[in-house]
Design a protein around this ligand. Structure first.
Ligand code: ADP
Ligand code: MG
Length: 261
């Protein structure tokens, strides 16, 4: 049995410099515990997406260490990825970019489960060999009607596509989902619905989240702890309840000011 408070993700002194010489992430250390949502907030250009891409091994890191469930993401020689990498899923800002326009929705949705046949998610265990039934259950979990399974991406709205991406992210019951501005491209009326869905899924499934946004209100709604990034560095961190305290860094107070306006 897992112990509450167990560290799922541990990042130690992570730095990433782009070839142009710009240090986008500078000595970042953080942890995400089991079942927790850690929020990262910061204005555009503060290095949030670079950090996310490093955690997903989409960018090479220059310095530091990334541990998922206490195992280093990179094997000792840094040349190959440890199998734990498959336990991290991601949801990005633009759902259209994450769906192949030529594939039916069901085929994009089922890609992780089709390819990783050994994975037995607890909520799909009883129907693991019945592909359509699994797809229908995943759609039910994200509030989509099953008729969309045979549609193509262009036939769905942005919010519906993001629900597909979320269903795909949870499908293999990952240890961690990185959410990088998951609602930023959606209509304001849809944003709250998607945040509520993400929150409900987390409560039901106990998956850990790293929730990244420039929107402090969204981060505050989703997260138990919040990290504030500026120019690649962590300048402040607090629990949700301490966000409005006087002890906050002046930069956090500036972000709060926008939040309250
Ligand atoms: P955020 O997600 O917080 O908006 P990013 O991680 O996207 O921040 O960007 C951090 C900084 O790194 C910015 O100054 C950005 O211009 C720069 N940057 C991002 N991607 C690249 C890249 N591929 N090459 C060079 N610089 C980049
Ligand atoms: Mg970004």
């Amino acid at each position: 049995m897992r112990v509450v408070g167990q560290e799922i993700l541990t990042v130690k002194n992570l730095s990433k410099e782009y070839v142009c010489g710009h240090k986008a992430v500078d000595q970042v250390s953080l942890t995400v515990n089991k079942g927790e949502c850690l929020g990262i907030v910061g204005e555009s250009g503060s290095g949030k997406s670079t950090l996310a891409r490093c955690l997903l091994a989409l960018e090479k890191i220059d310095e530091g260490e990334i541990l998922l469930k206490e195992k280093s993401l990179y094997n000792a020689n840094k040349k190959s990825l440890h199998p734990v990498r498959s336990e991290i899923q991601a949801v990005f800002q633009n759902p259209s970019a994450s769906l192949n326009p030529k594939l039916k929705i069901i085929d994009s949705l089922m890609e992780p489960l089709d390819f990783q046949r050994k994975i037995q998610p607890s909520f799909l265990m009883d129907i693991r060999n019945q592909r359509t039934k699994m797809a229908e259950r995943l759609f039910e979990m994200v509030g989509l009607p099953s008729k969309y399974l045979s549609y193509y991406p262009h036939e769905l709205s942005g919010g519906q596509k993001q629900r597909v991406i979320i269903a795909r992210a949870i499908s293999i019951e990952p240890a961690l989902i990185i959410l990088d501005e998951p609602t930023a491209s959606l209509d304001v009326s849809i944003q709250a619905k998607i945040l509520n869905l993400l929150k409900d899924l987390q409560e039901d499934l106990g998956i850990s989240y790293l929730f990244i946004s420039h929107d402090l209100a969204a981060v505050n709604f989703m997260s138990q702890r919040i990290i504030v990034m500026k120019q690649g560095q962590i300048v402040d961190q607090c629990s949700k309840h301490d966000l409005f305290s006087d002890r906050r860094h002046p930069y956090t107070k500036d972000l709060l000011h926008v939040f309250e306006a």
